[in-house]
Design a protein around this ligand. Structure first.
Ligand code: PMP
Length: 405
């Protein structure tokens, strides 16, 4: 069980008034708020032991190195992986671009097939478009049903001859949770590698990459109580070993000669230059924080918020965009003839922060024939009272537009 009152004490940002109303933050799919312990860990690093890692033979450099390595261990434990398989990147986008530019560049040829889906975030489409231009492979898209779930009837057909299936675990627009284990089985049976975009999954549910069985798993720190500027690429050790580095520079080498270089062992091979040390340490603390609350408690609390919100939205006659059976607390909706930007602006007056736009999923906007949606997304520190404030705000939106129309 989540003790909201106690948990909310950890988030000073939630205790302010916005436009004279209690602040309600429902844009968690975009980025989460940060608990004090994470902010303090970052400050502590800068105040007490700011130094580069893996280099200095002096006290505070050793402290920084130990904290950085520890953060990697925490993340590895969190997702059921070994530390050397966990690469620090700047976020999900960077992780996917790493796979595209290293594994993809090395393994994809003209006429090969990459399978994506219509519900991918642009960060799991554009890197493949960029690479496709260079290499000339084909991209097949799994389609999305009216209810927001992935059409999997033709999964085996689409995977036939594919080299890579790259799919989101949870949709950032629809909240749909995809059956990734089933997708992995089918993809592997067809000889394809599988990359899962876990940006919207890791913050909200217990993840075990070995259980999922995929080959790569990417996510961002800032959506899971960590700071911006840090993310993770997990990959199978042997696979990462076989891949060339993506970025070249300091710290990723073994030897550098006039005409060639050799590269460091994992994970350093993929961590060129001075890394996001403070952010990685902050992410490690965020992982501790989430584990203390318990991922199962987080999932259950958000499930309850989602059910309550969906029920209350019914009375307002809004159209929920996609509402798959297996879903998380990301709710995209449309209100008859009212533009999402107007909804968002009016809600802001009421102190409620939600998002309006295409959410970096233009394929989905086209699929559902809308230019944009209004999206409310919850995290474990949100409450039923906040949902009431949000619904009241929507009632005001309806009122105002009734008057002007
Ligand atoms: N994939 C999904 C499903 C996302 O929701 C996001 C962030 N909105 C990303 C990828 C990109 O994450 P980042 O901007 O942290 O790289």
């Amino acid at each position: 069980m989540i003790d909201s009152t106690k948990i909310r004490e950890d988030f000073p940002i939630l205790h302010q008034k916005i436009n004279g109303n209690p602040f309600v933050y429902f844009d968690n799919a975009s980025t989460s708020q940060k608990p004090k312990v994470v902010v303090e860990a970052i400050t502590d690093y800068y105040y007490r032991y700011n130094a580069n890692v893996h280099r200095g033979l002096y006290k505070i450099s050793a402290m920084a190195t130990e904290a950085y390595d520890n953060a990697r261990k925490k993340v590895a434990d969190f997702i059921g992986a070994a530390p050397q398989e966990v690469i620090f990147t700047s976020g999900t986008t960077a992780s996917i671009n790493l796979v595209a530019n290293s594994w993809g560049q090395e393994n994809l040829k003209e006429n090969d097939i990459v399978v994506l889906s219509e519900m991918e975030h642009h960060s799991n489409i554009v890197p493949w478009h960029l690479l496709q231009k260079r290499l000339g492979f084909k991209i097949h898209f799994l389609q999305v049903d009216e209810d927001g779930s992935l059409q999997l009837d033709d999964l085996a057909e689409k995977c036939k001859g594919a080299k890579l299936v790259s799919i989101t675990h949870v949709s950032n627009t629809l909240g749909t949770v995809n059956p990734v284990e089933e997708i992995v089985k089918t993809a592997h049976a067809n000889g394809a590698k599988v990359l899962i975009d876990g940006a919207q999954a890791v913050p909200h549910m217990a993840i075990d990459v070995k259980k999922i069985g995929c080959d790569f798993y990417a996510f961002s720190g800032h959506k899971m109580c960590g700071p911006t500027g840090v993310g993770i690429l997990w990959g199978r050790e042997q696979l990462l070993e076989s891949m060339p580095p993506f970025l070249g520079g300091g710290s990723m080498i073994d030897e550098v000669h006039l005409d060639y270089s050799t590269y460091a062992q994992l994970p350093n091979k993929f961590e060129a230059g001075t890394m996001n040390i403070a952010q990685a340490i902050g992410l490690g603390v965020a992982v501790d924080y989430l584990q203390e609350i318990g991922l199962d408690n987080i999932t259950a609390h958000e499930q309850q918020l989602t059910e309550v919100a969906l029920e209350k939205l019914k009375s307002l006659d809004v159209q929920i965009i996609g509402n798959a059976q297996n879903r998380v607390g990301v709710i995209s909706f449309a209100m008859n003839r009212i533009h999402p930007h107007d909804i968002s602006t009016i809600l802001d007056h009421e102190g409620v922060a939600i998002r309006a736009g295409h959410h970096c999923t233009q394929l989905l906007m086209r699929k559902f024939a809308v230019p944009a949606t209004t999206r409310a997304s919850f995290y474990f520190y949100n409450t039923i009272e906040e949902i009431d404030q949000f619904v009241k705000g929507l009632q005001k939106v309806k009122e105002m537009f009734r008057r002007v129309s």
